[in-house]
Design a protein around this ligand. Sequence first.
Ligand code: FAD
Length: 576
Amino acid sequence: MDIREVTPFLSVSPQIAEGDLAAIAGLGFKSIINNRPDKEEDTQPPSAVIAAAAEQAGLAYRHIPVISGKVTDADVDAFAAAMAEMQGPILAFCRTGTRSTTLWALTQAPHADADAILKAAAAAKYDLSALRPRLEARAQAAVSDTASAADKEGEASVPVHEIVIVGGGAAGIACAASLLKRRPHLDIAVVEPRDSHYYQPGWTLVGGGVFKPADTERPMASLMPSGVKWIRAAASGFEPEKNRIVLDDGERLGYRALVVAPGIKLNWEGVEGLESALGKNGVTSNYLFGMAPYTWELVSTLKSGRALFTQPPMPIKCAGAPQKALYLSADHWKRTGVLKNIEVEFWNAGGVLFGVKEYVPALMKYVESYQAKLNFNHNLVAVDGPAQKAWFETKAEDGSTSRVETTFDMIHVCPPQVAPDFVRGSPVANDAGWVEVDKDTLQHPRYANVFGLGDVCSAPNAKTAAAVRKQAPVVAENVIAVLADKAPRAAYDGYGSCPLTVERGKIVLAEFGYGGKLLPTFPTWLIDGTRPSRLAWLLKEKLLPNIYWDAMLKGREWFAGPGTMQAGAPPSGAGQ
Ligand code: FAD
């Protein structure tokens, strides 16, 4: 086999044989596109034979036959539809791979410059230089389509910016700042509806009585990098084929490159009765700015009873935050001598205390010292505030589910979390609803000028501000590359961090990348992440908030300079 990667989402090859399909599945491909009409050559296996072998290997299959030298616009549309509908990575083939590469190139013409497309094809050893006029014509047609669609919709002109960023949270602002650091005159619009920006990692410390809520809030206007156009609206949809987004008032906004960073949705409705129960009768959550002070009010007044701390199914932002709330609460009760009167319980939808095993022994010591009871595989499904009751669903080994009812005097809830509604089901989303990205470059696999960043993106990292600090420079670098018709080269290593506040004054500093690989910032003699550390607490309480406000959101990439694909893993950098 001669498989050549064109993008992380699509590879191409010359004719494959029936017997190759199992190996192709083994290489991680999920789908096959056959671009050869049957009976071009006597030796060629018919489409039906490849289809059957693909099915047996668990691969999706589509036949889009294209006559050699006669790639029609309808063929290109069919190929684009297959790329949008099929799961990647996809392997497309024809006799030599040229037709498949040509089809891919023509689908990209509205989103990327002809030079960049031709370079990517050349890197896969396909010389498509003769295709340049057609690529340019398609790009021009897309611009005209956008204009005529705008006219039809009564819009005199759709404003177009060089870069549009959706979301002015940790990721959106950090990325805008990193872009401007590299190119101070870039035309950037940030679409963000909120007037306040929050340092969410501080909310655990608000709930622990260490920070005041005001320490975690600043006016959005004070953080928008100068030179950025702030559009005070919410995005409501994507039209990547036309290089524009839709705003909640129906207006459109065009772009040359798009960064999608609207964070994650807290799905309070996912637990029956929870939304209306919050803020009274002992029901609280550090996941809301306005609710974290109530956590501390409950903790500092509870003298006896049952305190529950819940964790929903993954993914969630800051996977350690539910147990951080438990540790800081139990530590306060221990210090004030009331812990012996309080039953502390952790109810976790998952099956382990923490996803990276190296940190579990240190955490278990605290669980034991607080005499906290662990209930794994129990998912919170309903809360009755006035009755102070909670219900959890649990699955038995035979697959049957049952409900467990329990009472509480205090319950700290981490809500279930999903991709924002306007992203889920949109053309830029994957099947699970997240903005689909290549996990290294954070570039969208089908729309070369679209990037996903922060909690909303599909990369399998821990969703944290620490991850964003490493991702934002990577996206900035790669957006600039795409605007300059170059292939993205900056790479993200999956770094994320979770400073687990095991007691007031000590932290187990979990830092890891893709696959749970430990990525400590400091030498172990300074901070050994697998043990509780006073220095790590000082880092969290005194340094990281300043690093967030004054470095990360200002384009100062301390410990966060992007690595490149060729140079190997990027350097690591301390938590958040
Ligand atoms: P956000 O910072 O949430 O920003 C998203 C932005 O998009 C918001 O400003 C929002 O208004 C905007 N937006 C939403 N919808 C739209 C729309 N339709 N159009 C335009 N804009 C939109 N991380 C750590 O590194 N360490 C920690 O210790 C830590 N602890 C945490 C504790 C808690 C309790 C919580 C809640 C989070 C914690 N995190 C921690 C996680 C961290 O805060 C997030 O991972 C980080 O903020 C993600 O950045 P983001 O920009 O993707 O999302």
